[in-house]
Design a protein around this ligand. Structure first.
Ligand code: ZN
Length: 140
């Protein structure tokens, strides 16, 4: 079941990530203590005082063309990767698979982003030269 059909049905279920709250888009991304930890880990060093875990604020950030290019790219990619990983983890848990600790999930997402950035650099070295350094420089 995808996000849209789930919430359009108005299903009200408990969040399997924190087991503390009812699940909604805003809870899952990223009010949930589990999700918030992953999101912060990925982008806090990039956004610094602009950091937010609120969906509506993130939406604005993701389309802000005044952001520096690498910053925008890394935040957008981190967002996609985080949403994908958290949604996948949510579904795994719903299907009774053993929960992945947040540390392990963060490691996985982190690795995925690094691979993506390395690939960007390989494919278009001119535009993305320095993006990996940027990413590492913004790790906390
Ligand atoms: Zn939760």
């Amino acid at each position: 079941m995808d996000l849209v059909s789930l919430w359009s049905q108005g299903v009200d279920t408990k969040c399997v990530l924190c087991k503390n709250s009812s699940e909604s888009r805003n809870h899952l991304f990223f009010e949930c203590s589990f999700s918030a930890q992953v999101w912060a880990h990925l982008v806090k060093g990039i956004l610094q005082n602009l950091f937010t875990a609120e969906w509506s604020d993130i939406e604005i950030l993701l389309v802000d063309r005044n952001r520096e290019r690498y910053q925008l790219f890394c935040v957008r990619y981190a967002f996609q990767a985080a949403v994908y990983a958290l949604w996948r983890e949510r579904n795994r848990r719903r299907h009774g698979e053993p929960p992945l600790p947040s540390q392990a999930l963060m490691k996985l997402v982190h690795k995925g982003i690094q691979n993506k950035l390395s690939l960007m650099k390989l494919q278009d070295g001119k535009r993305f030269d320095g993006i990996l350094q940027y990413w590492f420089a913004t790790r906390l």
